[in-house]
Design a protein around this ligand. Structure first.
Ligand code: ZN
Length: 154
């Protein structure tokens, strides 16, 4: 595995609508592993492929170092409730802001071995899924956050 360079706000790859993954193979799994390594090295809880310069619909999430989710072509199929909380992003170093997200979501995706799956999530996992899916549509949290502060988590 290898730590990749993280693209930061201003890089055009972060503004793209990413394309669907069509082929799930060893090469894709290697990318997912490298994304995970990059995320862990930066102490993030989620990372989307465009953040390492690859504009495809793939996301890795691990909020508690207990379970890693590799989401390929994720689609949020259900949202419930709304909650405002502080967020940051590996592509926006040292920036934090309040973002309103659904409290609960259901997400449909393909696994790294090509299986269709749907899970329900709430709390931080739900927030993280919504943040990462936004990345796949070229949207950064700073585009929608309020009370953006620099340097420390509010
Ligand atoms: Zn992010």
């Amino acid at each position: 595995m290898a730590v990749m360079e993280i693209k930061t706000a201003g890089d055009l790859v972060l503004k793209q609508h990413c394309s669907e993954v069509e082929k799930i193979d060893k090469r894709l799994r290697k990318l997912l592993d490298d994304m995970a390594e990059t995320m862990y090295a930066s102490e993030g809880v989620g990372i989307a492929a465009p953040q390492v310069g690859v504009p495809i619909r793939a996301v890795v999430i691990d909020i508690d170092k207990k379970k890693r989710y590799d989401l390929i072509n994720p689609v949020i199929t259900y949202r419930e409730g709304s909650v405002i909380d502080s967020e940051g992003c590996l592509s926006c170093p040292n920036l934090f802001g309040d973002v309103e997200r659904a409290e609960k979501v259901r997400v449909k995706y393909t696994t790294r071995f090509g299986k269709e799956k749907e899970i329900e999530a709430e709390g931080l996992l739900a927030r993280c899924i919504q943040h990462e899916v936004d990345h796949l549509n070229g949207r950064l949290f700073i585009d929608i956050a309020k009370n953006i502060t620099r340097g420390k988590k509010s």
